[in-house]
Design a protein around this ligand. Structure first.
Ligand SMILES: Cc1ncc(COP(=O)(O)O)c(C=O)c1O
Ligand SMILES: Nc1c(O)cccc1C(=O)C[C@H](N)C(=O)O
Length: 405
């Protein structure tokens, strides 16, 4: 019955054909529900990388730096920014990792608020975000203020009052929480942060390519995110960062390298930041990674973020309904917001024995991941996840849980 419904949803799905634009994998995978950690490889990426190897690296050799490659961080940044992040050109670059981008932006943001002593984040933020913030606080002698939002709920402006004040320099949150997928109110929170004269850095790892993001309209100061999840840029693909035009000319990031300098090939004495967002760059760009990101962004742009979001909601809604029907009676609980508009494109299903069950699911060819303390995540990547993947995963999970008592 449920499998039939899922098949019908696949037949009616306007994005169904996109699965064919990705490498097929092999029969060892019955359902891939981990695109929220690592997206699948687009076929176009294979062709684009081969093209770069043969025509650019292989033929044009070193000339490719000036002909093509040095421009890629800003060119691909603008392609991503204007289509996926609703950021006007000249504010987004693709470089480094999310962790390094976070460090650069948080340090730069602290420097823009001299004399203020506090940084705010939340206890459920992704580990790398918490660790970077801890490092900066100890490096600059600042104090960390930890927000404790409900584990399954999003961060709302109302929750902020106890942690914001005249000493707040910078606030950083994930837009979509990695554990629960709860969506934070970006525009509302940004406005509250600005009310106290502080700046905000958004982590968009679980939003970029999954749900609509509107950085300019939200008046976000800074943002970072990875490209290997819903943007399908590949393992270790370079991250992106966004610096709002309003703060760019006063923005100084701490990793002063030659690629972020004005006129790098002048090889001149002394660091002089490049004009605009290019000053956020540091060293030699990862060209193969950038080419892969470009193809991933093209697919998302072609499919359209609104259609991607609509399918993401339909997928997670089916997953939630199946969880309620088949898993709740076996002791599972939903670790994500119940309302579709409050969550991103994965759902978390909690069970005291979640870790072992996730391992058994993976061994059975249903690739999911587990996040402490008890959450099995079903990642729904609208370009590659089929509705029929969900009953397969839920039935297998129910069988495993029944078998282990
Ligand atoms: C919210 C969030 N921030 C950061 C990261 C990772 O950063 P990095 O790509 O630098 O490992 C992830 C996932 O790995 C994440 O989910
Ligand atoms: N970035 C990852 C990695 O290098 C290895 C394994 C997983 C990841 C992930 O992306 C984890 C992911 N950000 C999460 O939400 O948990």
């Amino acid at each position: 019955m449920t499998r039939r419904l899922a098949r019908q949803l696949d037949e009616q799905d306007p994005l169904a054909d996109y699965l064919d634009r990705f490498l097929p994998g092999d029969d060892s995978v019955r359902a891939y529900l981990d695109g929220n950690s690592l997206g699948r490889p687009p076929k176009a990426t294979v062709a684009a990388i081969e093209d770069c190897l043969h025509k650019q690296w292989g033929t044009r050799l070193i000339r490719s730096w000036t002909e093509e490659w040095l421009a890629l961080p800003t060119v691909v940044g603008d392609e991503l920014g204007t289509t996926v992040l609703r950021a006007a050109p000249g504010q987004t670059v693709v470089a480094d990792s999310t962790t390094v981008c976070l460090y650069k932006l948080l340090r730069a943001a602290c420097a823009l608020r001299p004399g203020r002593t506090e940084i705010v984040t939340d206890v459920h933020n992704f580990p790398t975000d918490r660790y970077v913030v801890e490092g900066i606080a100890s490096e600059l002698g600042m104090t960390l203020r930890w927000l404790e939002p409900p584990i399954r709920g999003g961060i709302t402006p109302e929750l902020l009052a106890p942690v914001l004040g005249a000493q707040t320099a910078v606030v950083t949150f994930s837009h979509v929480a990695y554990q629960s997928a709860a969506i934070a109110d970006m525009a509302g929170i940004t406005a509250r942060v600005h009310d106290v004269g502080a700046l905000v850095v958004w982590d968009l790892c679980h939003s970029a390519g999954a749900i609509p993001v509107d950085l300019d309209t939200a008046r976000a100061d800074f943002a970072v995110g990875c490209t290997y999840k819903y943007l399908n840029g590949g393992p270790g693909a370079p991250a992106f960062l966004y610096v709002n035009h309003a703060v760019q000319e006063r923005f100084h990031q701490p990793i002063q390298g030659w690629i972020g300098r004005a006129d790098p090939f002048a090889m001149a004495q002394g660091y002089l930041p490049a004009p605009g967002v290019s000053r956020a760059l540091s060293g030699t760009p990862n060209v193969l990674g950038l080419i892969a990101v470009r193809e991933g962004v093209r697919l998302v742009t072609e499919a359209g973020i609104e259609r991607i979001r609509a399918k993401g909601i339909a997928l997670t809604e089916l997953a939630v309904r199946l969880t309620e029907q088949h898993l709740a009676p076996l002791g599972f609980t939903l670790g994500s917001p119940r309302r579709a508009e409050d969550r991103g494109n994965h759902i978390t299903i909690c069970h005291p024995n979640g870790k072992a069950l996730a391992e058994q699911l993976t061994a059975a060819g249903i690739l999911v991941d587990f996040r402490e303390p008890d959450g099995i995540r079903f990642g729904c990547s609208p370009l590659t996840t089929r509705f029929s993947d969900l009953p397969v995963a839920v039935e297998a999970l129910a069988d495993l849980a029944s078998a282990t008592g």
